[in-house]
Design a protein around this ligand. Sequence first.
Ligand code: ADP
Ligand code: MG
Length: 679
Amino acid sequence: MNSYEYLLSDINNIKGIGTKTSKLFKKKNINTIFDLLWSLPRDTIDRTNLVKINELQIGKIQTITINVRKYNFPRIRNLPNRVLCDDDTGKLECVFFNSYEGYIKKILPLGSLVTISGKINYYKNKYQITNPTHISSDINSIKKIFTSYSLTEGLTEKKYNRIIDEVLKNIPDLDEWLSDEILKKFNYISWKKSLLELHNPKNIKKKGDFLSRLIFDEILSTFLINSKVQKNIKKIKKKNKKFGNKEFIKIKKKIDFDLTKDQLNALDQINNDLKSNQKMFRLLQGDVGSGKTIVSLISSINVISSGFQVCFMAPTEILARQHYNLARKLFDKNVNIKLLTGKTDYKDRKKILVDLNNNKTNLLIGTHSLFQEKIKYNNLGLIIIDEQHKFGVKQRKKLSDKGGNNCDVLVMSATPIPRTMIMTVFGDMDISIIRTKPKNRKEIKTYSKLDSKIEEIIKFIKKQISEKNQVFWVCPLIEESKKIDHQSSVKRYESLKKIFKDKVGILHGALNKDEKNKILLNFLHKKIDILVSTTVIEVGIDFPNANIIIIENANKFGLSQLHQLRGRVGRGDKESYCILMFKSNLSENAKKRITILKKTTDGFVISEEDMKIRGYGDLLGFKQSGLQSFRLADPVLNEDLFILAEKELKKIEKEDQKLSKYKTLLKLYDRADILNDLA
Ligand code: ADP
Ligand code: MG
């Protein structure tokens, strides 16, 4: 067995673990010995304090050596078994609930001298220990500091400690993977030693070189795995796309604005990728409203003009339709564009698929389901995925494979990611960023209002609607339960309906897709003026006429979410407003959030701040999305280590193309089984 293979082997391999115990561990998601090592001690229990019975302190964990004197096993069910013990200073009773007599007789033989440890209580003039877990004739096996781990029913502290001790004893010496220069920063402490320190009861919640080293290992391995995925994709040779800037010039004539510098930059980077014979795997990142769509459409027409097909995936049907209409408007009539959604009827659908296969269709636009379906392209040259920040490395890798070798990939995300997170979340991709928004954007005026001031808000809305403006009204999820979630929005909807009659619509989770679409279209076509909704309004749809967003219970939202919501308005050239409603006086955190929102509209600044307030896990649902999560590293607290790892990665990429030195590290830390996928 390779030294690291022991660590990656099933916990069954630990001496003293049988199927029953291993099942308990597996229930806790501890499958391998390595997993077990990362289930960290929480606290310590000091059982070194050896006293006499007359010195016992009630409520404390104490250790005593006693004589076993007398059994008291009642014949009545539900009454506990008792064992009377003493020393030369007093008496103590051990009380056992749900224990067999045979077991008690075995661990506490009459007349023997045993050491026992447990929490002391006092009942009917007697000291007691209830269900003691630590009893032994060997005082040294008890009189020590125990480490407490997160236990589960059937897994006792004693057993867990024994298992962990066994594993710690057997950690192999691994060849060092860190460079000397890095190792020096952590005082030359090895991986093995670091891990031992991590489990040392003395070090619980303590920081030190051992912790920094392990955190660094974790970050570096993530970066290296991402980099390996990226290299694998880059190795793929493709037919390069040949095009000039003829199409671009035609489109420029059709739009009534100039592209921003960032848009032009992104376009340049994409064009270079398309024209090269390396496969493109690029993320286009830009805040809501920064103008990613036009960049992606220009890229599409370039690819089409060079003789390839393009597939454009949007997250929702409405958005797909919006992109479709825009493409129809911008592209020449001879470009064959098709929209494929759940609504497309069978006959049309069949024709679309045949045309695609014959290369008659140049551009297929649809929802993300385009990816799952058995659609055969003739000559696919580019896949564009809009608003998919929740794809993990592994899923993206699959996507890239699926398109075939000649197919470039462009992923667009409206989620600004803090700097320290980029390498973690998108380390496998090249990145283009649109940072500045188009100049014509007006600042969105942001206010906070107490619920009790709702009359003022209504008055304000009335005036706005009379000027032909439209309003988003957002009620957050109050509870996890969908029912309650509806209640708050339905209530609001009904009260608004009394005032604004049939000019109010409501959108919530219980509606089906068609109902939702109908309401959104009604809003888009200005048949309703106010749209009440529970969850986040469909990502990315352009409602240029909506200029007011009201967010109830604003303290329920994180900073980034508030920013995303606010980004629904302010897309046209009208003055726009965001009103944050609060139930009662603002908490310190809420005040902080409002101050930041009022101060800046830069999504990157906001996401950095959000990460500082909430921790990275909560940032726009990374935790739920199953993206890379760390066992130890925290992008806020360990920013310096992230930066250090980024520098080290660059160095390694230059010197050690094969990453041979890091093989063990990568094998050990590859939680998503990505490396196996690369083979
Ligand atoms: P997002 O990046 O959120 O996808 P969109 O592509 O939907 O943003 O663009 C939002 C709006 O901004 C659209 O109405 C689009 O026409 C407009 N827009 C895009 N680029 C510019 C620009 N350079 N100047 C002015 N308006 C622009
Ligand atoms: Mg968009």
